[in-house]
Design a protein around this ligand. Sequence first.
Ligand code: ASP
Ligand code: ZN
Length: 481
Amino acid sequence: MGTSRNYTELSYVWESWRTRVSRKIRPFYLQYMSLINKHARLNNYTDAGDLMRKKYETDTFEQDMLALYEELDPLYRLVHAYVRKKLRQVYGDQVIPPRGPLPACVLGDMWGRFWTNLYPELVPYPEQPDIDVTQTMQDGGYNVTHMFKLGEEFFTSMGLKPLPETFWNLSMLERPEGRSVQCHATAWDFYDSKDFRIRMCSEVNFENLETVHHELGHIQYFMQYAHLPLTYRDGANDGFHEAIGELMSMSMSTPKHLAEIGLLQEVPESKELSINFLMRTALKSVTTLPFHLVNDLWRWRLFRGEYDTDEANEEFWKLKEQYLGVVAPVSRTKDDLDAVSIFHIATGYDMIRYFTRTVLQFQFFETLCRAANHQGPLHTCDFYGSKEAGDLLARMLSLGSSQPWQDVLQVMTGERRMTARPLLDYFRPLKEWLEEDNARGGDGVGWGDSWKQTPGTSRAPRAATPFSLWAIPLMALMWRP
Ligand code: ASP
Ligand code: ZN
């Protein structure tokens, strides 16, 4: 799903996975749903979704998340429009109509969760040095241990805790031979204050190097709150836990830092390279926002009984189209339950944690950059080696869940709420670039009824031709080969 650009192959694999995985899980998932609902009601929650949301200890969590997303949606739509324009050049207007949604199988992984694998097609300035340094890692003889050592060193450079000896002996960092394992990367706290492990089938590439930092973020949190009573050995909320590694990754993957650790040749700071970098970063943060939101919005509604189980899959795709501008590439039936085709939903983890983390990680990033005395645009900040930033982070992590997350957030950032502002500040240069790009030769933003011409467009965009009058009803057919 990451490297093929053959639409027939992609839609075939996309469909097969769902026929063989989620369609089979469907009856079990529905049974599981009634059990977790029963469990929640026995504990005085209205349903299992209520229980999931109450972990955030606010009464208006669902509305708050929707309101937060409204602030982020315009940025998502700009990225979506750019991705559509570029993918149209790869697949053609038949597959990707200029004002339509995107088929779910062309987004770079099995679920359209992380779009980073599309970066080679999307790179705004291809003549700039490649900031996906996979090739350099492989040419330089990197192995999995190097990747974890590099990750560990990022944390210790800030005065944070090193990994214990047992981590290296007891973790599973590579796919073992001769037995089948769960390969979705996870980090484990054994709650004895000394044994912390990662299970991951790491491969030597840049995306995995970022995932290594992600999982090490969990491990650092485990170690920082290991002194607390068991009840408090948890993140301030789940979004905090998911944010830490991403935060490190954001700093580690800056061109400046990559040059410092020898993964990139000396690079002059240029506007073009910044735009490339912001684009790649957006593909693993901005574009995941509606993805993660919808996965839980759908579950909350399902658990509340808003959908008939036979309509549940159709309702899932309605949400996907509405929020993400993404549609199923092949027709679906009531026997499908596509949402459970991903690890987190099949295994009962909420996904709103990745939505809240994306917002939080930029709040944390801004704060740590200030502590590290960073000058210049936010996206160029690298707090590697800053003991001030490390101390501040350690102070937050070592509180675990012993205080309400709003208090912990305040200790760290001075704010008590999750706010989109730092994320929007960080991406401002990309937003401006995307607006100009769209006004110059883009297709407008949005899809279907929500399509809009970009402000500042001097000429009618390509799609504003009589084509659009008949394209709308036809479009529905084009994604069903
Ligand atoms: N376990 C992490 C997650 O699900 C890291 C990853 O898979 O990329 O986000
Ligand atoms: Zn995680």
